[in-house]
Design a protein around this ligand. Structure first.
Ligand SMILES: C[S@@+](CC[C@H](N)C(=O)[O-])C[C@H]1O[C@@H](n2cnc3c(N)ncnc32)[C@H](O)[C@@H]1O
Length: 246
C-alpha cells in the first residue's frame, strides 16, 4: 500500500526531477497528455497548467494515490502500467519515478512506442541509485527472511540501455543527474526510503517486526549518511531521465 502523506513528506525534493523531465518535452499543443503512475497528483496538475488545451489523463495502480490525486483536483483513475495502452490522440506520455516498479517496463515502453503517433513524446524518469548504501542496507537488514519481498537488484537499465530502447525515435535525450539532497531530522534517509523502497518491507511485516526492522536499519543508515553539525544530512540521489519524440 502507498501512503500519500509519507510520500509527500519530501514533495519538494521529489518534484524537481519531474519538472526537469517535463521541461525537455517540446510539444506545443498536445491533444492528450498522460501521467502514467500519477501518484498523489500534485505534479499532474502542472501538466494542465503547461498545456491548458490538452486532455490530461492520469492513472495509478494504488487506490490510495488515486484518491489523493482526485482530492488534488486530478481526474485520476485506477489502472496499471502493464495493461494500459495510449489512445490514438495521445501526444505526450509522462512517467515520473514509476517504471522501476515494473521490471518488464522496457518491453512495455517498446509497445507504447509502436502505437504512439509520429511526433508524440514519451518522457520518463527512474531512480539510478540501486548500488547505493541505502539500498544495500535495506537488503542486508532484511536478510534471508525478507529476500523474497525485494525486487530485482537493479530493476532499471543503464542510461545507454534506455537510449538503445528509444533508438528508433526521431529525438532521443537520455541523461542522469545526482541530486545531493539536504535532508533534515534525526533519521531523514530512513523516512525517505519508508515512503518508497521500504513499502514492500512494511507490507510484509507485522507492526512489531516492522519496528524491529526500523530499529536495526536506523543506526546503519545514520552511519552511512552522517548527520552534519548543523543537523542536516546529505543524501545523494542519482536519477536517470529519458525523453524521446516518436
Ligand atoms: C514514487 S511514486 C511516483 C508518483 C508520481 N509520478 C510522482 O512523481 O510524484 C510511484 C507511483 O507508481 C505507482 N505504480 C507502481 N506500480 C504501478 C503500476 N504497475 N501501474 C501504475 N502505477 C504504478 C505507485 O502506486 C506510485 O503512486
Amino acid at each position: 500500500m502507498w501512503d500519500p502523506a509519507q510520500y509527500l513528506a519530501f514533495a519538494d525534493h521529489r518534484a524537481r526531477p519531474f519538472y526537469e523531465l517535463v521541461g525537455r518535452v517540446q510539444a506545443s499543443s498536445p491533444r492528450r497528455v498522460v501521467d502514467v503512475g500519477c501518484g498523489p497528483g500534485n505534479l499532474t496538475v502542472s501538466l494542465s497548467s503547461r498545456w491548458p488545451s490538452a486532455v490530461v489523463e492520469a492513472f495509478d495502480s494504488s487506490p490510495e494515490m488515486v484518491a489523493a490525486a482526485r482530492e488534488a483536483g486530478v481526474d485520476a483513475r485506477v489502472d496499471d502500467v502493464t495493461t494500459w495502452k495510449p489512445l490514438p490522440d495521445t501526444d505526450v506520455v509522462v512517467s515520473n519515478a514509476v517504471l522501476q516498479w515494473v521490471p518488464e517496463h522496457p518491453t512495455i515502453v517498446s509497445k507504447w512506442l509502436s502505437v504512439l503517433s509520429p511526433g508524440a513524446w514519451l518522457a520518463f524518469q527512474v531512480p539510478g541509485n540501486y548500488a547505493d548504501a541505502s539500498h544495500r542496507l535495506i537488503r542486508e537488514v532484511g536478510g534471508e527472511a525478507l529476500a523474497p519481498v525485494f525486487r530485482a537488484e537493479k530493476p532499471v537499465l543503464d542510461p545507454v540501455g534506455y537510449a538503445d530502447l528509444l533508438g528508433d525515435c526521431s529525438t532521443v535525450d537520455v541523461w542522469e543527474t545526482t541530486y545531493v539532497q539536504r535532508l533534515s531530522g534525526l533519521d531523514p534517509v530512513l523516512e525517505w526510503v519508508t515512503g518508497t523502497a521500504l513499502r514492500p518491507v512494511r507490507a510484509a511485516l507485522s507492526d512489531e517486526d516492522w519496528q524491529a526492522y526500523r530499529a536495526e536499519l536506523a543506526p546503519r543508515l545514520r552511519e552511512a549518511y552522517p548527520q552534519r553539525a548543523d543537523g542536516t544530512t546529505w543524501f545523494p540521489f542519482r536519477r536517470i531521465f529519458a525523453v524521446a519524440q516518436v
